[in-house]
Design a protein around this ligand. Structure first.
Ligand code: FE2
Ligand code: FE2
Length: 408
């Protein structure tokens, strides 16, 4: 494997020296360049593009956010990170708009190495260069106008609480993903990544969410793709149902509390890759959807691989990984169509989301072995859970009324 090219930009020589020293152990794996200004960074990139750019925020001349804006435009598949000591809300928000992740100074070697390696490892998942580029280009995801309007109404009403706000956000995969990207940025300095919308909302607070949504319009700046055969409403409905079902299954299986919360999030975001593909490759994806027609669950993924050399599972995993969401969520997204491929051998999130997805697709099927369902029967047998199917069905139906069958 060729070395990953990483470019570090900071106007303070001391900081660059520190980074150099700290990252010495990586010198065989990464080809590192250190420069003192945005202008130098752009000259360097012109000579040789890099896979990763890590920049300071406040610099004389062009600042970090402005630099990344240019990088995003001219080298769209570059992974863009901000490493900054500056933590005023407004500049963090600006930086988050153009960067994949925001790290705060001082940053220890482990965090920095981990972030770069992880973003890069996930990049390999995304398949062809074309698909890698299209994921890295995406900073925003469209929201449904109806849920956005609901959120605005609640935020404007004097009696609403942070719980009301979190509840609306958790009915919309795009708002959810964006909120978690923000909260998991180092701006909040959390020890462990957050995989729970309610917690993310509480951490941000009502005032900050209000400023972000009403003032900065973080959820209202992107239109839904118009792709034949693709319906964002249907995808959203399926995502919300899968989230609720995964949550239920995790409770019934007595998983730990943080797994229960993460199950909801993983269910919510499991098919976000479909949106990314529809946005980035509208014509090709329309063809894929046409071919898939009423195919069984699981078959769409095969068609995507054949036609695009990438699938919604990998693309979704790459996106959330790049945005700094927890690894467990990226893994659940990557393997929700086939949990046997996951690295974790234990019965965990990928399997829960897989079951939830199939259950939402065909709530009428009582035999989990029915080929119509496309469930990985061998996997659930191996884990001794195949007989749990009907208990899950009942629990999900009881919690939601009877879920409607929809796309997978
Ligand atoms: Fe899927
Ligand atoms: Fe699905």
């Amino acid at each position: 494997m060729s070395a990953i090219r990483v470019l570090f930009v900071d106007d303070e020589p001391r900081v660059l020296e520190g980074l150099k020293r700290m990252l010495r152990p990586k010198r065989n794996e990464w080809q590192m360049t250190f420069v003192g200004s945005a202008a130098e960074a752009l000259t360097t990139l012109k000579k040789e593009p890099c896979e990763v750019v890590v920049t300071d925020m406040r610099m004389p001349g062009m600042n970090g956010a402005e630099l990344l804006e240019v990088v995003q435009r001219e080298y769209p598949d570059t992974i863009r990170l901000i490493l900054s000591g500056q933590a005023e809300t407004e500049s963090v928000m600006k930086a988050l708009g153009v960067s994949h992740q925001f790290l705060s100074k001082p940053c220890d070697a482990e965090v920095l190495q981990g972030t770069i390696s992880r973003a890069f490892a996930l990049r390999d998942l995304a398949g062809s260069e074309q698909v890698k580029g299209l994921v890295a280009r995406i900073n925003k995801l469209p929201t449904l106008p109806s849920s956005y309007q609901k959120l605005v109404d609640v935020l404007k009403s004097p009696n609403s609480s942070i719980e009301d706000v979190a509840e609306i956000i958790s009915t919309d995969p795009a708002m959810t993903a964006r909120l978690l990207k923000l909260v998991n940025s180092a701006y909040f300095g959390l020890q462990k990544p957050v995989a729970d919308v309610a917690r993310a909302g509480a951490l941000l607070g009502l005032d900050r969410i209000m400023a972000l949504v009403l003032g900065q319009g973080i959820f209202s700046d992107c239109d839904a793709p118009k792709v034949e055969g693709f319906s964002m409403e249907a995808l959203w409905q399926h995502s919300v149902s899968t989230a609720a079902a995964a949550h239920r299954i995790a409770i019934v299986e007595q998983m730990e509390r943080d797994v229960v919360a993460a199950a909801f999030l993983a269910g919510m975001l499991h098919d976000i890759g479909k949106l990314v593909l529809a946005m980035g490759l509208p014509d090709q994806y329309a063809k894929v959807l046409k071919q898939a027609g009423n195919a069984r669950p699981g078959e769409l993924q095969q068609i995507e691989m054949l036609e695009l050399r990438a699938s919604h599972t990998d693309v979704g995993a790459y996106l959330v990984g790049l945005w700094g969401l927890p690894n467990t969520i990226a893994e659940a997204i990557a393997y929700h169509e086939d949990p046997s491929q996951a690295r974790t051998q234990a019965f965990a999130l990928p399997a829960i989301v897989h079951a939830a997805d199939r259950l939402v697709y065909r709530p009428d099927i009582t035999d989990p072995r029915s080929p119509e369902l496309g469930l990985n029967v061998a996997y659930f047998e191996k884990h001794g859970r195949i007989d749990r199917w009907n208990e899950w069905r009942d629990a999900v139906a009881a919690a939601s009324g009877s879920p409607q069958g929809s796309q997978t």
